[in-house]
Design a protein around this ligand. Sequence first.
Ligand SMILES: [Zn+2]
Ligand SMILES: [Zn+2]
Length: 134
Amino acid sequence: MPEPLTGRCLCGAVTFEIDRLSEGPVACHCRECQRQSGSAFWTAVTAAREAVRIAGERLGWVRLTQNAWRGFCRDCGGYLFWQPVQGDTLDIAAGAIDGIDGMKIEAHIFTAEARLPLPEDGAPRFPHGRKGID
Ligand SMILES: [Zn+2]
Ligand SMILES: [Zn+2]
C-alpha cells in the first residue's frame, strides 16, 4: 500500500493525505453510520489525527451525536471523516481514498444493528464495538 494515501470527496473540493494507517478498513453497521452514509454500512480506515492532512475550505464539521464530529464537503455532501470528541484518532471514509483498491475489510462492527445481509468476506464480526468501549 503506497503511503501517504491520498483521497478526496466526489467534487474534489476537499482533499486529504494519510501518512500511515493505524487500522485498515472496518465496516460499521450501526444505525448512525447507516443514516449518515445513506448506505447499509459505512467503511472507514483509522489513523492518528496528526497523520492526516486535510485541505479544502468547503470542509464542514457537524456534531450530531455526543461522541463525535463528522466532517463533510459543503459542496457535494460527501461524508468523509468521523472524529471522536475524546481521543486523537480520525476515521476516514474508505470509499474516498484513491489507493483503497485491493484492501480487505478487517472487521464488521455493530452487526447487531445491521438491517441488510452482511457480505460473506470472512472478516470477523462483532455485535458491538471491537473493544467493548465504542
Ligand atoms: Zn465535495
Ligand atoms: Zn457506526
